[in-house]
Ligand binder design. Sequence first.
Ligand code: ZN
Length: 237
Amino acid sequence: MKIEKIHKCPYCGYMYQVVLGQNAYSNMFSAPGGNVAIHSFIFVCPHIACGKTEVTVEAGSPPVSNAGRGAERQRTGGGLGNLFFSARLLPIEACGKGEFKTAEVPESVFHDYDQACRLLKASPCASATYARRCLQGMVRKKFKLKPGKFQNEIKTLASMNGTIRQEIIDALESVRKIGKFRAMPEDDVKVLVDVNYDEARQTIEVIEALLFDWFLAPAEREKRAEALKAIIESKKG
Ligand SMILES: [Zn+2]
């Protein structure tokens, strides 16, 4: 991993300038004569409301040359060869992205999205069920629909001409089907529809795209319009 000049905090989305020794720390070590080197990175978000720590570790063969010693080596990874391990230890990869944990996204929606992410590896089925509930919550909050069957809610959306694109209706419909409980006719036991990792992963991607489109982008537009209004007002005065 190479440390870029500008780093984005994975918790809060804040972009900041990296200053080694101040908000970014990096170290590499290897056993003398050994064939493995470890390179670790720690970032501490300088945003006053966040301040959380991000940790990444890489392992590979030791750098072949002495080129780029000291700070330069820390920054670039110093030519760690044949990387065989790379993982972000903090924040845990499998949780919802912090940029969606904002006032614009309803808490219950974020909770279900976060659960879907956390369950993804352990149980794609359970993940897809949370994802479906998350999406249903998003549809209700965004379009202020009367709660009913998800299938009918999607039909209502589809009938609102021009409000929502056909690709999105199709995506909603596929998530609904993937995360659905299937009733077994013989004994009336409800079981989850089988879902594989890729299907569950795609479902989460649909949610992330719509969280951005429906909740974050409109708020951003609103802010920009307000700023524009303030400029015009100040010109008048
Ligand atoms: Zn942060």
